[in-house]
Design a protein around this ligand. Structure first.
Ligand code: ARG
Ligand code: ZN
Length: 893
């Protein structure tokens, strides 16, 4: 059953006020929902959603309603009045709710998750984001078990009741769609702080976490305060609440949820202390706390008209959290170091996009950032909607500049504060500023980013004329039909508006200043670069006064989410690797250089030819290993090997085992040739300082751990000894993980057994660290058998998404060698687990089902084996809507 964007109709009723009463019991909760309804249309039918809940009674203005229809999770009736109170009583069983949507029990507490369509699992309601109401919520529960009763907004009253029960009443003064509703009840540690917003308003910031974990919430609370200050400063947006709460849960389908005033977070994005959380965890917390906080304006104050508009809030909010993290990383640093820190953040985001969104955009689930259809909206919380969505916002930022973009944001809020709107509304606001600043230009071509899927390629051609001293750059774009587009015969792809940032270097590596006089669709940028504004299938720019054949520095800062095709020579790439003044492009050149070599070696392995690494690679690594101008974090990235996932995308067909071997070969030869420098680099950066999660310290730890990885890839005895010592003496989790990870992935079992056990025993009682342990086992396991044994471990359960992600997702997504074994055993295992998981948690199962998205591009025997595994799932009868959509599309598109 497919839902189409074009079928949108406004809801014919306004629900002004919602009064909810919860009588909480784990196995039998009674919800009384009183709505004040006003009809907007004459004679309209009122349609309410309800799922997995039991209808007890319906009243209109106090009188029992008897003429209604209730089937297929829809409750429908025709009200006889135009304004009335609608009261519906229903019950549910939170302790049996393993989907983690709606009201559920996690540990000893109650939590809710309503986005996208969870509210219908709590009560009957028009569960769609364009119905916005004022909420008054009464929660009643046992006082001893559930001393804290929380909901959105402000606490109006609380009082004790009979039988050891108590109640609290909450009022949220802001109109909101039901997906932003939240309720929490339980016993918690609280960390709180009173803070003042820019206008002097006093706000209470609170973090609720499970008992005993309150000493791990300092970083999250500080991150929240930084988020508030940053949004005031950079976006001129102030917190509108007196109270802002974050509550931690260990059972959560995603990262976190921006419920108005009551964010609910996966524990992994809140809890941290140096002994148990890595640098990546610290950064993850800062960015997710920021993300959810920023939703308060981009998502909550202005929300989505329908779920096709999801990127309206998610793409924009990811862009905002990326900028927040970049600004935090660059904070207090001198200009050069600040640029480097921002670049590192950009490299991370782009790598993430290429590794996970590019494949999505090339597979059966490909969709525009604003999809035109879906079967299950839970399947569209995707890398495309989020991360590509953020890139589309970033391009608008690039085209408008910071000042213009901020002006566009102000215009967006001026027009739409308090409304449920569309992506078009956002682009309209931005376009109004663009038009005012660039006469004759608009976003009409730019909008195609919202309506078309796929990663465009931009083919670059350089024609250098020695006599005229001109360099002509021709950009030609192309994008194949992907995903559901392939099924639409009459659809023809239109060009994208691609801001393409370039620079030119001479053969010695110096920047060539570019003269843009007389050129159109071009703007000068930093580092002697220019921004080419490509809006047509192909366009040429002729640069005059270029004294020698230039080396092109292309798509600087990843100015658009496209793939570049340009016929570089190895020598040209090597010059960029050492000299490009744009640090992002310099990194990119190192990746391109080594990627070409890895892909060539993969081919050699396929053909059983002998392997040898091009010496240019060694020269580049040598140079960058010792370039004193580079800070450690950036250096880590330019010395690291490209992501295996990014490389897989460039193979036709995909030969995972050969690629994996080629990667190992390259890693080992870089380790062997530069062995002594890796040792000295390790020693130089290995410091026993007090733990600080600042970019400089993080950079040192990452370069040190990278060195360790290279050394252990050749089982260097001194490297192994250093890793063991690092593990034993570690005072923080980044050091401990760096060491144990390198050991488990590269060293012999005899060298790792004790450490592996030590880790387990040390952290047995900390679920977040045990997730790390399971992930380490999953990615270093040599066979499915090991994974099955781990599933028998008492700490493993299919009911906890974090644990499932740690063991099953990690094995299937990040253990090429074992998962893609030629016997196909792991594919059968995967299918089994998708089916088992689907019965428990459809949303997580459907996500896991996507492991096989790009099966059609694999080489045999993988392809046929994967198809069989997919078919075995398709044959199941009671499959969820979520998993069905994924499997159906994988098999048919
Ligand atoms: N809006 C949340 C975010 O910050 C994601 C929630 C999605 N939840 C879900 N069960 N699909 O990105
Ligand atoms: Zn979000």
């Amino acid at each position: 059953h497919t839902i189409y964007r074009k079928d949108y109709r406004p809801y014919p009723f306004t629900i002004e006020r919602v009064q909810l009463h919860f009588a909480l019991e784990p196995q039998h909760t009674i919800v009384t929902n009183t709505m004040h309804v006003i009809a907007k249309e004459h004679n309209a039918t009122m349609v309410l959603n309800g799922e997995d809940i039991e209808l007890q009674a319906i009243y209109i203005n106090g009188k029992a309603l008897t003429s209604y229809e209730y089937s297929d999770n829809l409750l429908q009736f025709k009200p006889s009045e135009t304004e009335f109170d609608l009261k519906i009583v229903s019950s549910c069983n939170p302790s049996a709710n393993s989907t983690l949507m709606g009201l559920y029990v996690s540990g000893q507490s109650f939590f809710t998750q309503c986005e996208a369509e969870g509210f219908r699992r709590i009560t009957f309601f028009p569960d769609r984001p364009d119905v916005m109401s004022e909420y008054i919520v009464t929660i009643e529960a046992d006082k001893k078990q559930y001393p804290y009763l929380l909901s959105n907004g402000n606490l109006i009253s609380s009082q004790d009741l009979d039988n050891g029960r108590h109640q609290a009443v909450w009022h949220d003064p802001f109109l909101k769609p039901c997906y932003l509703f939240a309720l929490v009840a339980g016993d918690f540690d609280i960390r709180e702080k009173t803070s003042h917003t820019r206008s002097g308003r006093e706000v209470l910031l609170q973090i609720y976490s499970d008992k005993g974990s309150g000493d791990q919430t300092l970083w999250a609370l500080d991150s929240l305060e930084r988020s508030i200050q940053w949004d005031e400063k950079r976006f001129n947006l102030e917190l509108d609440l007196d109270r802002f709460m974050i509550v931690v849960t260990h059972d959560f389908n995603m990262g976190a949820m921006e419920n108005k005033g009551l964010n609910i977070f996966n524990a992994v994005y809140v809890l941290a202390d140096p002994e148990t959380a890595t640098d990546a965890n610290y950064m993850g917390i800062e960015s997710v706390v920021g993300h959810e906080y920023f939703h308060n304006w981009t998502g909550n104050r202005v929300t989505c008209r329908d779920w096709f508009q999801l990127s309206l809030k998610e793409g924009l909010t990811v862009f905002r959290d990326q900028e927040f993290s970049a600004d935090m990383a660059a904070r207090l640093l001198p200009p050069e170091a600040a640029l480097s820190a921002r670049t590192v953040k950009r490299i991370e985001d782009v790598t993430h996009l290429r590794a996970a969104q590019f494949p999505e955009d090339a597979g059966p689930m490909a969709h525009p950032i604003r999809p035109d259809s879906y079967q299950e909206i839970g399947n569209f919380y995707t890398m495309t909607v989020y991360e590509k969505g953020a890139e589309v916002i970033r391009m608008q930022h690039t085209l408008l500049g910071e000042e213009g973009f901020q002006q566009g944001m102000q215009e967006y809020f001026r027009r739409h504060d308090g409304q449920a709107v569309t992506c078009d509304d956002f682009v309209n606001a931005m376009e109004s500023v663009y038009k005012a600043r660039h006469s004759g230009k608009d976003f009409s071509v730019f909008r195609h980013w919202y309506s078309q899927a796929g990663t465009p390629t931009v083919n670059v051609q350089l024609d250098y004329d020695t006599h005229q001293q001109t360099a002509s750059i021709t950009l030609t774009q192309h994008c194949d039909k992907v995903g559901v587009e392939k099924l639409q015969a009459d659809m023809e792809k239109k060009p994208f508006h691609i801001p393409f940032h370039i620079g030119m270097l001479n053969q010695a590596g110096q920047a060539i200043p570019l003269n843009i006089e007389g050129l159109e669709d071009i703007t000068p940028t930093l580092q002697n670069g220019v921004l080419l504004d490509l809006k047509v299938p192909s366009q040429t720019w002729v640069f005059k006064g270029i004294k020698e054949r230039p080396i092109l520095s292309l798509l600087r800062d990843f100015s658009a989410p496209v793939s570049v095709i340009y016929d570089y020579s190895f020598e040209e790439l090597a010059v960029l690797c050492a000299h490009d003044s744009n640090p992002f492009a310099r990194w990119e050149a190192t990746q391109e250089l080594i990627s070409r070599e890895i892909l060539r070696l993969t081919q050699c392995i396929q053909e059983e030819k002998s392997l040898a690494l091009n010496p240019i690679i060694h020269q580049v690594w040598q140079h960058n290993l010792s370039d004193p101008l580079l800070d450690a974090a950036y250096r880590t990235w330019i010395l690291a090997l490209p992501s295996e996932k990014v490389l897989l995308e460039r193979l036709h067909p995909i030969t995972p085992l050969a690629l994996n071997k080629a990667l190992q070969f390259v890693r080992q030869s870089l380790a062997t040739v530069h062995r002594d420098v890796w040792i000295s680099t390790y020693q130089h950066y290995h410091a026993q300082e007090d733990y600080q999660p600042d970019p400089i310290s993080i950079g040192k730890r990452s370069l040190k751990n990278l060195s360790l990885n290279y050394l252990l890839s050749i089982k260097d005895p001194e490297g192994i000894a250093l890793a063991k010592t690092q593990y034993q003496q570690a005072k923080n989790m980044t050091d401990r993980m760096g060491a144990i990870s390198a050991l488990l992935h590269y060293a012999d079992k005899a060298d790792t057994e004790t450490i592996n056990q030590d880790f387990y025993q040390r952290f047995e009682n900390n679920p977040l660290v045990m997730d790390k342990w399971f992930a380490l086992q999953a990615t270093s396991a040599q066979s499915v058998k090991t994974i099955r044994t781990l599933m028998d471990n008492p700490l493993f359960t299919l009911r906890n998404p974090n644990r499932v992600r740690a063991l099953l997702f990690q094995f299937c997504m990040n253990n090429t060698e074992a998962f893609h074994q030629n016997n196909g055993e792991a594919y059968t295992f995967w299918a089994e687990q998708v089916i088992a998981l689907d019965a428990i948690n459809p949303e997580v199962a459907a996500r896991f089902a996507r492991v096989m998205d790009n099966w059609q591009r694999f080489a045999e025997p993988h392809k046929t084996q994967m198809q069989k595994a997919l078919q075995s799932i398709a044959q199941q009868t009671a499959l969820s809507k979520n998993t069905t959509e994924i499997i159906e599309k994988a098999l048919s598109i």
